[in-house]
Design a protein around this ligand. Sequence first.
Ligand SMILES: Cc1ncc(COP(=O)(O)O)c(C=O)c1O
Length: 392
Amino acid sequence: MEERTVYLNNAATAWPRAPGVAEAVGTMLAEMPEHPGRASGQSCDSHPVIDPLTECRQRLAAMFSIRDPGRVVLCSNATHALNLAILGQDWKNCSGVITSVTEHNSVLRPLAHLRRKHGFDLRIVGLGPGGLLDTDAFDEALERGADLVVISHASNVTGRVQDVQPLFARAHEQGAVTLLDASQTLGHIPVHPESLGADLVAFTGHKALFGPPGTGGLYVCHDIELEQIIVGGTGVRSDLEFHPGDMPMRLEAGTPNIPAFAGLAAALRWHEGNGEASRQIEQALTLRLIAGLEKIPGVQIMDPGRHDRCVPVISFRIRNWPVEDCGYVLLKSYGIICRTGLHCAPLIHAAIGSVPDGTIRFSPSGFTTEEEIDYALRAVAALADRAMPGPG
Ligand SMILES: Cc1ncc(COP(=O)(O)O)c(C=O)c1O
């Protein structure tokens, strides 16, 4: 049993979190609750500091390069945000939806559930020869008419970043609403909804933002008014029969996870000073990992041509090893925490050749070291060297 631990599972959830995150969460839990809108005498002089929710909205708006922080709805994760965005469409009048094989189940399953109920035409665009979405298939799908286009900015299996701007521009020409799943990109690369042409952007706080789990959100552009799916207490205007319609309250109900958002605010502050340096480290580590894997006989990198446009997510397989067994041995013999399997993105595996059992996924972060990457490469080389008997 290996004593050391090397964490290469940041695409699932980041570890370590940004400096200051744990302290901010702990402080908020230890201090007397300051419950927005739900205690008397609030916003008096004894509480001069802005609350974590407002701070998160302001810092996220700056990150998105948008002017109005009120367009950032705070959610418990990207899944929550994607459900708000997808379920909040006008389903009675929906003719068709376009999405892609790269999507996570947090996109595919809401669409599948809605389709069972409303029976709309769902078109799933595959990958073209260069690993990006097949633009001809996308255009063909658009010609048949679509009200909603949902695309993930980067695959959580291959790390490949999609060139969404031209696709969203064409979707807008046809009158469709565009939804970007930025779960694997916000924090790694710029995500500017207005220049990308994304009407809605779902994101998470616990991956590349290095914030706590239980945080995420949805950017909603000014022209979109989503149906309200979750309604209830808002802490203000309790006399109204219906949930208020103004943003961001329109899409936020119930007591928010304030300690977690205090942690996210700390993470966003950290990003402002350190994000760029961290991004350069993770990019260099990703290239080091790819170069090292490429040299190991018996290792197959999935989507190998993606070096130039990628986030730090690398999927591979080792000849003659079932991926689950690799994950087990990497953990038990080498202390390497990674992820194996389908990664909640079941459709991409047919496109990249990893059906039925998926891939081994390494996802470093700016807190990973070169030495850890080299250690992981030696571990993979050792596994590849004692390839188990079997087909292939
Ligand atoms: C591409 C993608 N979308 C959505 C999600 C869901 O994120 P969350 O865990 O914040 O709900 C993930 C997380 O694994 C993801 O990788």
